[in-house]
Design a protein around this ligand. Structure first.
Ligand code: ZN
Length: 344
């Protein structure tokens, strides 16, 4: 088993973030659910790479909840765009989101590319074109969830294409390659400046409607501490700190981003779940959208996760450094974050 497989699909999936491995993988994208309205937007294609995207010409609707919803007019994340790429090891059918989510990701990648250069960040699954159940996740069903690796630096300190490696409280990580072979292990560093700028771009993007960021608490701390040393508006840091939390299983190798319903999707049946923030409530009010009761959390609470032990067993023989890391990570699984709670 390759490290990326183990890390990205087995160990990190969390109940709260809704990315528990599916028991029976769905082998092909679902067809559009029967409830889709006859006015559903037509499928979209983005212009060829390098040409500007006319976001205003696109239309999408996220329907119901991330755990039991579907997507109309899903917008494909470009396979590559300035500052980001869709993970070539993932199914490209799983790169559809709402227009707000995809535009937000493209703009965030572009901002990092423009201001700090480096290599593109690696984006993993969003949703299928029409949403619905998707392997390895219990959410990701209506275009408002996405998993993204962190920007990373290789052994010589230069940017590398980000992979599914986990990082410790000092920002050190390892790309294990073959988990049974110690000779191919590569020491990595979390690229905090680029990753922070990506986060800052998403948090400050009012039109993306970011709701929550799921990561391990020690990484949240690293980003907050870093941001305080930069010329970052205090309101941005506060908002990031408020919307970021550790799920019951720590995300120490990727972000899971959850986005709110776009205001114009709410009357079409899009449902938000907690937490709701004052700033989002104001946005809905300003858009003339009548607030709806928040969706219950039941679907997330029922999600089955692969335990540490199960994943370890399934991985087969592991080299000593992998074993050491797995023991190390238990610290931030068992004691997530003194003084703070798991994600609501
Ligand atoms: Zn996810």
């Amino acid at each position: 088993m390759r490290a990326h497989e183990l890390v990205a699909t087995a160990l990190v999936c969390a109940v709260a973030a809704g990315c528990s491995p599916a028991k029976k993988p769905v082998s092909s994208p679902p067809t559009e659910p029967a409830k889709a309205s006859s006015t559903a937007p037509a499928p979209v294609d983005l212009p060829p790479e390098g040409e500007a995207i006319d976001w205003g010409a696109l239309d999408s609707t996220s329907v119901r909840n991330p755990n039991d919803g579907f997507l109309q007019g899903g917008v494909p994340l470009p396979i590559t765009a300035p500052g980001l790429r869709f993970n070539p090891e993932r199914d490209p059918a799983a790169r559809y989101g709402t227009i707000e989510v995809v535009r937000g990701l493209v703009d965030a990648g572009s901002r990092v590319h423009r201001e700090l250069g480096g290599l593109p960040v690696t984006v993993n699954d969003l949703s299928y074109e029409h949403g619905g159940p998707i392997p390895h996740h219990s959410s990701h069903q209506n275009g408002r969830d996405v998993d993204v690796f962190f920007y990373q630096l290789g052994p010589d300190g230069d940017p590398i294409e980000s992979v599914g490696a986990f990082f410790d409280p000092s920002g050190a990580g390892v790309d294990f390659g073959d988990l049974a072979d110690p000779s191919d292990d590569v020491a990595l560093r979390l690229d905090i400046p680029r990753t922070w700028l990506f986060l800052q771009a998403l948090v400050e993007d009012d039109g993306a409607h970011l709701q929550q960021i799921f990561i391990a608490e020690h990484l949240r701390t690293l980003f907050v501490e870093y941001a305080k040393t930069q010329h970052v508006p205090a309101a941005t840091i506060e908002r990031f700190a408020e919307m970021t939390c550790q799920p019951s299983y720590p995300h120490d190798d990727h972000f899971h981003f959850r986005f709110f319903c776009a205001p114009d999707d709410v009357p079409e049946g899009c449902r938000d779940s907690p937490p709701m923030y004052p700033w989002q409530q104001k946005k809905l009010k300003d858009a003339g959208v009548r607030p709806r009761p928040l969706a219950p959390k039941r679907a997330q609470a029922k999600a089955k996760i692969v335990t540490h032990e199960e994943a370890r067993e399934a991985a087969g023989p592991l080299d000593a450094e992998v074993e050491r890391w797995l023991d190390l990570r238990k610290q931030w699984i068992d004691k997530p974050h003194p003084g703070r709670n798991y994600c609501p």
